[in-house]
Design a protein around this ligand. Structure first.
Ligand SMILES: O=C(O)CCC(=O)C(=O)O
Ligand SMILES: [Fe+2]
Length: 221
């Protein structure tokens, strides 16, 4: 499979409900301003409640934005190691992933005044990224679809981030990794806040699964 990327990851507008309000920050330098300039309907938990690894990204102490190697490199390294025994993950990180970039979506799901039933805050989708690192507050509502097609709750857990595999990594790994189908269901009449950091290949990269990753005897998809 070859994928020519015209745009970085975008969630289709049609997937977003009226409850979904988002802001973007394209670099850590913009994050603070974006976060602070949100209008009053944009309720966000205090920075103190956001887990340290994510704050690390946001504050630009290290992380993906500065092409430093911390969290994104660790995640990609772990994923590459799990692909094939003996795969030279350092070589592939350097040649394929090093020039990637990330952008952050800051999301506020505003509650209905009276919520009798569940409401889709964000419809089923896959992310176009290589990996997405998600922080959700304590309200919950993130769900992922299992192989059997059942929706599973990803319950919030203190100091825990969720990592989604996205379409770009699915293509690069010749579908050895599966881009996860997920959605957000609003179940409580309260504000929900989340941060999603999409880490993508550089723009206009032609994604081509290396032979070693495809593996002998396997067809390139
Ligand atoms: O709000 C969430 O927990 C997930 C958001 C998400 O999946 C997205 O922005 O692509
Ligand atoms: Fe998503």
């Amino acid at each position: 499979m070859q994928l020519f990327i015209l745009h970085s990851c975008k969630t289709n507008r049609l997937l977003q409900s009226l409850r979904f309000k988002h802001l973007y920050a394209f670099s850590h330098l913009w994050f603070k301003t974006t976060y602070e300039c949100a209008d009053e309907s944009f309720l966000r938990p205090p920075m103190d409640s956001i887990p340290q690894p994510f704050k690390f990204l946001l504050q630009g102490a290290s992380g993906i934005w500065e092409q430093d190697d911390k969290l994104s490199q660790r995640i990609i390294e772990i994923l590459l190691r799990s692909l094939e025994d003996g795969l030279d993950h350092k070589k592939y990180y350097e040649s394929e992933f090093k020039n990637g970039h990330g952008y952050l979506r800051i999301i506020n799901y505003t509650p209905l005044k009276c919520l009798d039933d569940e409401v889709e805050g964000l419809g089923m989708h896959t992310d176009m990224s290589c990996v997405t690192i998600v922080y959700q507050d304590q309200i919950g509502g993130l769900q992922v679809k299992s192989r059997e097609g059942k929706w599973m709750d990803i319950n919030p857990c203190e100091e825990t981030l969720v990592v989604n595999i996205g379409d770009m990594l699915q293509a690069w790994s010749n579908e050895k990794f599966r881009s996860s189908e997920h959605r957000v269901i609003l179940k409580k009449p309260v504000n929900r806040f989340s941060l999603a950091f999409f880490w993508c290949f550089e723009d206009e990269k032609v994604i081509f699964a290396p032979d070693e990753v495809v593996g002998e005897g396997y067809a390139r998809i």
